[in-house]
Design a protein around this ligand. Structure first.
Ligand code: PMP
Length: 360
């Protein structure tokens, strides 16, 4: 007897990057921040009154919602918080899309979780191909028949951005559709549309503390948008789990938001490392896409990505290889600390000097 639902039996889940427990790697595979969270986060955790864990957290995470609202010049009614932006995005599907609607549109090369959520919620997917060089064709997104769309900006795994005017054109051409922008990496460029949520009632921005705030382990993400959109998300959340964000995480995120100076200094360092490593990789024969995020998307002119991936892993350096369609020959490399990147470049230099593995 198979007790699993049809959906469960037929869903291919998203495969998260490895978090190996066996040995220590130079870990450049899941776009984590190489720098620790700010001192305020450490102090908060050290002085946390564990007695507070007896109680459930505030189901609305009001204190954090207030801080996020302040950051973006909005009200707490414009903020929805979740257990990582993955959870926020997952909740967007039943909130904004119908099974018998026109579907959710997204690019063919983008965050591969979107298609998984569409599948589990049985929402039709409308897949829009990016150009040969992974650029988003604005005219296609302006005209597509769908109930709404998700645009990842900067895009993952390419690191490329769509500029603000193009996004505005897409939003304005589709006032009857929800436009969700996944800004997981937007702090690494100057491309956020957060300032436009008061202007456009159909715009929802989803952001995370995982990357730019060095808090992937705390699991916190949020959406900002018109109060009607946020209320919709709250309805779905409260039909699923009232307490998605725990008390420790809420406090940690509040303290991370307060230290804007440390935040900017980490971002500046990551951008400087990113740009210098991009040049080093080009010198080693890689094609490197122009990154606006904290990772590089690269392809070697002579060696297959899968081969380099395994050789790097053997050398103790983990990067991400997606063995799928158009991006099969690319590697996505997180920008780590300068020391980690030096290990990467040194391992690659050795690998590229050796003879390629014989093919059968
Ligand atoms: N969006 C994109 C594009 C991502 O790459 C990730 C990280 N895998 C997320 C959302 C989710 O991040 P988190 O759940 O850690 O906030």
């Amino acid at each position: 007897m198979n007790y699993l639902s049809k959906i469960c039996r037929t869903t291919q889940p998203y495969i998260a990057g490895e978090q190996p427990q066996d040995k220590s790697y130079v870990k450049l595979n899941t776009n984590e921040n190489p720098y620790p969270p700010c001192k305020g986060v450490e102090d908060f955790l050290k002085s946390f009154d564990t007695d507070k864990l007896k109680l459930y957290p505030d189901p609305q995470n009001t204190a954090l919602a207030d801080e996020i609202a302040k950051k973006h010049g909005l009200e707490k009614e414009n903020v929805f918080i979740g257990n990582g932006s993955d959870e926020v995005l997952a909740m967007c599907f039943p909130t904004f899309f119908d099974r018998d609607g026109d579907g959710v549109a997204y690019a063919d090369v983008t965050y591969s979780f979107y298609k998984v959520w569409a599948k589990v919620y049985e929402i039709p997917s409308v897949v829009i191909p990016l150009s040969e060089d992974f650029k988003l064709d604005v005219s296609k997104f302006k005209q597509v028949k769908c109930q709404g769309m998700i645009i990842c900006n900067p895009n993952a795994p390419t690191g490329l951005i769509v500029n603000r005017l193009d996004l505005m054109a897409i939003i304005e051409a589709n006032p009857e559709k929800i436009i969700i922008i996944d800004e997981a990496y937007a702090d690494f460029c100057n491309c956020s549309m957060a300032n436009y949520v008061s202007k456009y009632p159909n715009l929802l921005i989803v952001r995370t503390f995982s990357k730019s705030y060095s808090l992937a382990g705390a699991r916190c993400g949020y959406a900002i948008g018109d109060a009607a959109l946020i209320n919709g998300l709250k309805t779905i959340k409260d039909s699923f789990n009232s307490y998605t964000v725990n008390a420790l995480t809420e406090g940690v995120a509040i303290h991370a938001l307060k230290d804007t100076e440390y935040f900017s200094s980490c971002i500046d360092k990551i951008i400087a490392t990113r740009d210098s490593v991009a040049d080093e990789l080009r010198a080693l024969g890689f094609e490197v896409l122009q990154s606006s995020s904290n990772f590089l998307f690269v392809k070697h002119n002579e060696r297959p990505a899968s081969e380099i991936y395994y050789q790097l892993k053997t050398a103790g350096v983990l990067v991400r290889h997606f063995s799928m369609g158009r991006i099969d020959n690319y590697l996505r490399i997180t920008v780590g600390s300068p020391e980690e990147m030096a290990s990467l470049v040194s391992a690659l230099t050795t690998i590229l000097k050796t003879e390629p593995a014989p093919t059968e």
